[in-house]
Ligand binder design. Structure first.
Ligand SMILES: [Zn+2]
Ligand SMILES: [Zn+2]
Length: 125
């Protein structure tokens, strides 16, 4: 069982399946959206994901027409994204997980935008 929340605690969620796949993405959209040098995400089964508290605190931002980025409107924590054309998958922002096992990432994307001072093994050639 995975549990997580936003920074202020208004939004709490649980995930009722194991997290299998984790991904690091250095693309410039992810950097801007997370306010960080990379995003650390997992594609998870939307059916097993439950907002336990704070549904009304969630806001969606569509930078592109197809993809919603969902965040807490009180504290701004990015929580997950979903694509309209992929109905059963959401991409959980793993920095919001507070309980449960997160496997190490096997893939990093857009490593050309990974700064040299970050020695993430996945980003080395
Ligand atoms: Zn919050
Ligand atoms: Zn990205």
């Amino acid at each position: 069982m995975i549990r997580g929340q936003c920074l202020c605690g208004a939004v709490k969620y649980s995930y009722h399946a194991p997290i299998v796949e984790t991904i690091i993405c250095h693309c410039l959209d992810c950097q801007k959206a997370q306010g960080s040098l990379f995003a650390f995400n997992s594609p998870i089964d939307q059916q097993q994901f439950v907002i336990e508290q704070g549904q009304s605190a969630l806001k969606e931002f569509f930078y592109t027409e197809n993809k919603a980025r969902v965040f807490c409107q009180h504290c701004g924590s990015p929580l997950y994204s979903y694509r309209k054309d992929l109905p059963n998958v959401i991409r959980l922002r793993l920095g919001t997980v507070s309980e449960g096992n997160i496997p190490a990432p096997k893939q990093a994307f857009f490593v050309q935008h990974c700064p040299d001072f970050l020695s993430i093994q996945l980003c080395q050639e």
